[in-house]
Design a protein around this ligand. Sequence first.
Ligand SMILES: [Fe+2]
Ligand SMILES: [Fe+2]
Length: 159
Amino acid sequence: MPASSHFIQESAHELTWSDTLLLGFGPMDDTHREFVSLIGAMQAAPVDDLPGLLEALIVHVQAHFAMEDEWMMKTDFPAQACHMNEHAAVLQSVLKTRQRLAEGDIARCRRLAEELADWFPAHADYLDSALAHWLCKRQFGGKPVVLRRNNQRALGSRQ
Ligand SMILES: [Fe+2]
Ligand SMILES: [Fe+2]
């Protein structure tokens, strides 16, 4: 993940859900909605709420990545190493943030949220979408059909 600037004030660019993030595999889309909601909350929350939100994020990220990793392994997804490595690196960064928080660096929570807000759309677009197509093809015999609203606004205020 890219290095980010050092600030702790509320973000002007919270990650918000947009249907452009839909990938067409229902269980994955549901998980991604939850992820986006958690990140948006971490970007906007008062500083005192950040430790609790970080714990919720850790629970989510562990389950989210484990679920996708398991789908890849169970279905012999061809390009799984790259995708799983990225999950592992992000999880490590999230857990490192918990360690930094314990050392008193609460600003690191906000920076993590900013980094994840930057990271997620591309991860979903390049890696999760390929997995969603693969899973839909195996399950239904074809590419996912995605019905999107608000196509012109990809990520709310981020565009
Ligand atoms: Fe994902
Ligand atoms: Fe993923």
